[in-house]
Design a protein around this ligand. Sequence first.
Ligand code: GLC
Ligand code: CA
Length: 550
Amino acid sequence: MADFSNKVVYQIYPKSFRDTNGDGFGDIPGVIEKLDYLQELGVDYLWLTPFFPSPQHDNGYDVADYCAVDPKFGTMEDLEELIRQSEARGMGLMLDMVFNHTSTEHTWFQQALAGDETYQKYYIFKDGRPDRIPTNWQSKFGGPAWEYVPALKKWYLRLYDVTQADLNWDNPRVREELKEILRFWKNKGIKAFRFDVINLVSKPEVMEDDFLGDGRRFYSDGPHIHEYLKELVRDAGIEDFVTVGEMSSTSVEHCIRYSAPEEKELSMCFNFHHLKVDYKDGDKWALMPADYQKLKELFIEWQIQMQKGHGWNALFWCNHDQPRIVSRLGDETAYWKQSAKMLAGMIHFMRGTPYIYQGEEIGMLNAHYPSIEQYRDVESLNYYQILLKNGKTEREALETLAARSRDNSRTPMQWNGERYGGFSETEPWLPMSAGFRNEITVEAQQNDQDSILSFYKKLIAMRKMYPVIAEGEISFLETETDRVLAYQRKLGEQQIVVFCNLDGEKHTVKADGDWRGDPVLLENYEARQMDPEGETYTMEPYEFMVLGKV
Ligand code: GLC
Ligand code: CA
């Protein structure tokens, strides 16, 4: 088993990271250019979202060829250079394997369309009439989950876009093909994999209407999922790799099985429950203020249960599908810096492996686009229409997108204060965030000891310095308000205690544990101390404090 408890992963969305040839589209040479920056940050793995040939209907998550580089991103030689240069700096590449579906432009699907039955069996085709959809399941991007092909008189399943056809994992030939792809990348020197929506790949044998929901209860953590994962990892020879599965609408019980070392499935799991606490009735497109009680309960449940079951969490707030966390749970103006640091620290000291999404380390904000023309994301554009159809005004629909769109995190990386943030010399494929300001750039923060960027460097360095952060046992402290989260980690004689004020108001905590009087290891306000004599301690807005004996 790979040891990943003291590692940190940095996620790169290459399309928006750095454009070196002036076409407004980020590229692999752009990643190479920034390797020194990433090494200095101190991260261990670079997760690259898909750069494979793709029609880009879902920004590369619609893969047309798993073993090549899309010319928009560069060449295979560029990628090999990136692998070499990352390795020379002590970093490994993590590739993003989109194995639930392929692009409809993939040769497998094209051959299926041309009538080849061997390839039709690679997908989930159902015979039928155009007026008889096989089930009432809904696509994750809105609308029905099935598409009709008149020439074949068949429907095919597509849980995402119509150009993303779900693969049939019950066909052993499909599973062999996927193993072959993993071996190909392993031979190239890839060290880690992220598996896209991997818990959706095992579909039920009988497909029936869902009268209680959108169908997800039938195919999430499906019947053969654990068996298929074990087989894939074993046969592809990647047992020693760092692997992370993206788990959609999953349960802690399943995630224990996915990630407990004795199961030999994956190293760790992403789950999204903590990022739905501001969804009204579980609906991403219905706005609601965050439920902090729920947020706390979810962290406590997942941390404690995964620990009990020997599971391992991927710790994260941000990725290419989520709005920026400072805009969401922090404060974009008065407490921008404090809230960004507090949110970072809150998850970095937990039990699991932290993930940093590009721009998070400088406190980047949501896109704040004033018009629909600025959006590119297929899900956002679909839901904009759905919201209008459901009676929302244009303004309301735009407000919802401003809070929920995936484009919030996909705006170009802000390297410096130039017009296009040093991302490109030309107009980028997606407009800059309207929240772009000079202090939210790498250039402004890299020599400032008090910056968000410097704080992230400290968090990463501390995980490597103090085994209690990587390996310690976690327990949570009781607090009187749902706006404060506090926890303790212990390993032998070492211990730390972490206090996070999630609120823009002050809150008081009891200062009465066995940690009382321990020195401050890290904080986000200058020269704050917990009075060793006092019974209570009053936290400033978004204050973050770590005490410890390490
Ligand atoms: C995952 C990806 C997302 C993509 C979807 C379909 O959720 O993170 O970007 O749209 O899978 O591949
Ligand atoms: Ca480019």
